[in-house]
Design a protein around this ligand. Structure first.
Ligand SMILES: NC(=O)C1=CN([C@@H]2O[C@H](COP(=O)(O)OP(=O)(O)OC[C@H]3O[C@@H](n4cnc5c(N)ncnc54)[C@H](OP(=O)(O)O)[C@@H]3O)[C@@H](O)[C@H]2O)C=CC1
Ligand SMILES: O=C([O-])CC(=O)C(=O)O
Length: 276
C-alpha cells in the first residue's frame, strides 16, 4: 500500500510590479494554472489602481510597498522598473529566499546582491524572459566560448525613451528607414537601454560576461515585433538563433516574457524538468 504523501504547503509569491509581466503571473496563479503557488502580496506604483485591477481576480491579496513584500512571501518575482531592483531583491536574498528577476540589466550594477545571496543561502534566478538559447549558452560556457553577438531590431515604440538616445541626440520618432542606434558591449547597452535590453544582459551573464558580449540595436519603423538574433561560437558548438517577439500591452516587452516566468515557476516544483 503506498503511504499517503502529505501535500506540500504552497509556495507564497510576492509580485513586485503589476504590469505586462506581473499581472500575467498573478492571473496565472489565481486561475489555478500554477498549482503549488499562491500570491502572498503584490506591489505597484499606484496601489489604488492596482487594487481595482485585482478586484475580480485577487480581491484579498495585500497591495504593499516594494520594501514591505518580504514577510509575505517565500519568493519574489521582480518585474518593476530596474531602478527598484535592489529595494525589491535585497530583503529576499538577505532572508535566504529566492528572487526571480526580469530587470536583468540591473544585476550588472547590483553585484553586491549576488554576494548577499551567496552569504545567506538566497538565490537570484533570471528566466530566459524574452530571449532564447540561454540553455545552450550556459552549457557552452562550461567549455570555452570564443564570441557571443546579438543583433536586436525593435519597432520605434520599443525603444522610445531610452536614456542612450537622449544622451546621443538620436531621433528615432521620425525615422522612415532602419537606424542603427547602438553598437557596443552588453554592459554599455544595459546602461543606455535599462528598460529595453534586459535580454542583452541575460545573454552576457549566461555566457562570456557583459564586456565581451557585443550588441547592436536597430530601430526599424517597418517592424511590429521585437526581434533578437544571437550568434555564438564555442569549442563545443556554433549556433545562431533568432526570436520575433509579439509585443505585450507594454510595447517594450514581448508577450513571451510573462510565460517564461510562469514556466520557470512551474519547473521549481515539477517532477520532470526539461532544459539545462
Ligand atoms: N528579462 C527580460 O527578458 C525582460 C525584462 N523586462 C523587464 O521587466 C520589468 C517589468 O516589465 P513590464 O512588466 O513590461 O513593465 P510594465 O511597465 O508593464 O510594469 C511595471 C510595473 O512596475 C510598477 N511600478 C513602477 N514603479 C513602482 C514602484 N515605485 N513601486 C512598485 N511598483 C512600481 C508599475 O506600477 P503601476 O501599474 O502602478 O504603474 C507597473 O505595475 C522591466 O524592468 C522590464 O525592462 C521586460 C521584458 C523582457
Ligand atoms: O529585453 C527586454 O527588456 C525586452 C525585449 O527586448 C523584448 O521583450 O523583446
Amino acid at each position: 500500500m503506498p503511504q499517503d504523501i502529505p501535500t506540500p504547503k504552497p509556495i507564497r509569491l510576492a509580485v513586485a510590479g503589476l504590469g505586462a509581466i506581473g499581472f500575467g503571473v498573478v492571473a496565472a496563479v489565481q486561475s489555478g494554472r500554477l498549482p503549488g503557488f499562491e500570491i502572498g502580496a503584490v506591489s505597484a506604483r499606484d496601489r489604488d489602481a492596482a487594487r481595482e485591477r485585482l478586484a475580480e481576480i485577487a480581491p484579498d491579496v495585500p497591495v504593499v510597498a516594494v520594501g514591505e513584500l518580504e514577510p509575505y512571501a517565500d519568493l519574489v518575482v521582480e518585474c518593476a522598473p530596474a531602478a527598484l531592483f535592489p529595494e525589491i531583491v535585497g530583503p529576499f536574498v538577505r532572508a535566504g529566499k529566492k528572487a526571480v528577476v526580469l530587470s536583468v540589466g540591473a544585476i550588472l550594477s547590483s553585484e553586491h546582491l549576488v554576494k548577499l545571496a551567496a552569504e545567506n543561502g538566497g538565490q537570484i534566478i533570471a528566466p530566459s524572459g524574452a530571449l532564447l538559447a540561454l540553455d545552450a549558452v550556459t552549457a557552452a560556457a562550461e567549455g570555452s566560448i570564443e564570441s557571443v553577438r546579438m543583433i536586436t531590431r525593435k519597432p520605434v515604440t520599443g525603444l522610445l525613451g531610452a536614456p542612450y538616445l537622449d544622451e546621443h541626440g538620436i531621433d528615432i520618432a521620425s525615422a522612415t528607414a532602419p537606424i542603427r542606434v547602438f553598437s557596443g558591449s552588453a554592459r554599455e547597452a544595459a546602461r543606455g537601454f535599462p528598460a529595453n535590453l534586459n535580454v542583452g544582459a541575460a545573454l552576457a551573464l549566461s555566457g562570456i560576461g557583459p564586456d565581451r558580449t557585443t550588441i547592436e540595436i536597430w530601430a526599424d519603423p517597418a517592424l511590429t515585433r521585437n526581434t533578437h538574433a544571437i550568434e555564438v561560437v564555442a569549442d563545443s558548438a556554433s549556433f545562431s538563433m533568432s526570436i520575433e517577439n509579439v509585443p505585450s500591452e507594454n510595447p517594450k516587452t514581448g508577450r513571451i516574457t510573462a510565460l517564461s516566468v510562469i514556466a520557470t515557476l512551474r519547473k521549481m516544483t515539477a517532477p520532470l524538468r526539461m532544459g539545462t
